[in-house]
Every structure is written in structure tokens, then in C-alpha cells.
Design a protein around this ligand. Structure first.
Ligand code: ZN
Length: 292
């Protein structure tokens, strides 16, 4: 299943041919679930059971959905976890030691934006980080790695946009603030349930700009894979429905290049993961909104 947020209401969607079709979950369940994606996630185990019994499907008989109408699947999660240096090549390119346990920071909730957002650049040193993002569907603490995917509603594409000037202003880097400007957490285009993926631990990640490829990687190379992250996070905090886990970025970020390279006003950034779809952001200058 693919679950999208269409103007605030949870929809089952399916890309069929070149178009996107969808049905509203509150409608097809006679009001049992929804109306928002967050409401649906709060009731995720019961919804899974309903899906098993009713086998809902989207066809070309259903309504067309304009991809530009899609909002962030979870626009205001209670907790957002993000993992730093979770690929060896990326840890090396930013010259930070490979961690021995997951290195966790947060992106504050107001940084969330949708799959087709325009983002205001906070400085001339804003960087890209394509990531796979896990969405929690079942609350839990002390979750065993083998049970991790039963707590995950699905996966989506995310960008962990990062202001490197803010991040490395002090000798000790500061992650959470540097990565929490408005719009610095684009997510989407929808939540893909794990059963849609041949192997949820082997997704190809790609990030392109209008002038070419910036990042190419695979989640197979995560230092701490998704089950390990869920086990680690839940050994300390309770994971709640709708919580997000940004799982880390592969190499190819602008900060790791020589010379360093960053996003410019007018840039178009396309981030994708195999089986999860793609998101696209455009960037504008932080002064007077004019494109330089
Ligand atoms: Zn990141």
C-alpha cells in the first residue's frame, strides 16, 4: 500500500501508468479510519487487520490525484529521530569518526515539509542529504530487531537539508539546529508499506540536481540498519505512532566535495529511493525571496 496525505486527508494511492490515482481511506472504511494520516497511524494495528479482511485496491476507475496536492505524509510528528554518519563513506567524507553506536539527533517538527516544497535557503552553505525515512506505526519500547518492521508503518524518501555554516560554527558540531530551518525536512511522496518492497534493507537512494547526479547509494550499506536503529532508539525512548526516523545519508554531499558545493537559489533537487518514489524541492534566496 501507498498512503498519501492529500490536502490533510489520508488516501490510498497508486501510480498507474503515468498518472496517480487515489481513494480516501475515511470513505472506503465508512469512517472507521482517518481522516488524517496521523489518525490512521494512531490506529495502525486495527487498520492492518481491516486491510487484511477487506483487501482495498486503487484502480484507474478511482479519482486522479494531482501530485502537487500531496502534503508531507506526517506533517507534525511528535518525535523525529535522525542518524548521523550512518554510512562509512559519508562519515569519511565529512571527517567524523564512524560511530560505535547510532549517533542520534533530532530535526525539530516545524522543519517538516511536503514532497514538492519550495525551501528558503538559510545561508550560502546549505547541503543535500537524501535518506530513507521510517514511519512508526505501532508504539513500543525495547523492540527486538526481529520485531522492528512490525512497528514500522512504512518507509518514505526524505531530505535531511543541512546548513553547514550553522552545523560547524563551533569546534563541536551542532546537528539539530543546523538541520531544522523551516522546510529542511521534506518527506514523501507517500508512505510505502514494507510488504511492497522486495527487500526493505536494500533500497537504492539517489539525489539529483538539474545539472546531474549528486548522490547514489544503497541502504544495504547502512552501518546500523533499520531494525538495529529501531531496537537502539526504543531501548531508550518510547516510539510513538507517526514518529519518523531519518536513517542517514550516503556519500556525495556538498560538504565532502573539493571544492565544497552547496545549494543555490533556483536549484531543483530531486531525491528518490527505489520503490518509494521521489520528492522534489526548489530553493529560493533568504533575502526578499528573490532568486539570484
Ligand atoms: Zn542526515
Amino acid at each position: 500500500m501507498r498512503i498519501a496525505n492529500v490536502t490533510g486527508r489520508a488516501h490510498l494511492v497508486a501510480p498507474l501508468g503515468a498518472a496517480l490515482y487515489g481513494v480516501e481511506i475515511a470513505k472506503i472504511s465508512n469512517g472507521l479510519f482517518g481522516p488524517s494520516v496521523f489518525d490512521l497511524l494512531e490506529d495502525w494495528p486495527r487498520f492492518q487487520e481491516w486491510v487484511r479482511l477487506n483487501d482495498p485496491a486503487v484502480t484507474t476507475e478511482d479519482a486522479l490525484v494531482d501530485p502537487l496536492e500531496l502534503d508531507a505524509p506526517v506533517p507534525f510528528p511528535r518525535q523525529i529521530f535522525a542518524i548521523g554518519m550512518n554510512y562509512a563513506d559519508h562519515a569519511d567524507e565529512v571527517s567524523i569518526a564512524r560511530p560505535e553506536t547510532p549517533s542520534v539527533f533530532t530535526k525539530f517538527a516545524t522543519s517538516i515539509t511536503g514532497p514538492h516544497a519550495e525551501v528558503v535557503l538559510s545561508s550560502a552553505e546549505v547541503d543535500w542529504e537524501v535518506e530513507a525515512v521510517a514511519v512508526i506505526g505501532r508504539r513500543g519500547r525495547h523492540i527486538e530487531p526481529a520485531a522492528a518492521y512490525s512497528h514500522i508503518a512504512g518507509l518514505m524518501v526524505g531530505q535531511d537539508l543541512s546548513d553547514r555554516a550553522e552545523q560547524f560554527r563551533n569546534a563541536s558540531p551542532q546537528f539539530s539546529m543546523a538541520k531544522s530551518y523551516p522546510g529542511y525536512a521534506p518527506t514523501g511522496p507517500w508512505i510505502t508499506t514494507v510488504d511492497e518492497l522486495p527487500n526493505p534493507n536494500d533500497l537504492t537512494l539517489e539525489c539529483h540536481r538539474q545539472d546531474g547526479v549528486l548522490q547514489q547509494g544503497t541502504t544495504r550499506k547502512l552501518l546500523f540498519d533499520v531494525p538495529t536503529l529501531i531496537a537502539y532508539l526504543s531501548s531508550i525512548t518510547e516510539l510513538l505512532p507517526g514518529d519518523l526516523v531519518f536513517t542517514g545519508t550516503p556519500d556525495g554531499v556538498g560538504y565532502g566535495r573539493d571544492p565544497r558545493e552547496y545549494l543555490r537559489p533556483g536549484d531543483r533537487l530531486i531525491s528518490s529511493a527505489s520503490g518509494l518514489g521521489s520528492i522534489e524541492q526548489t530553493f529560493i534566496s533568504n533575502h526578499s525571496g528573490a532568486i539570484e
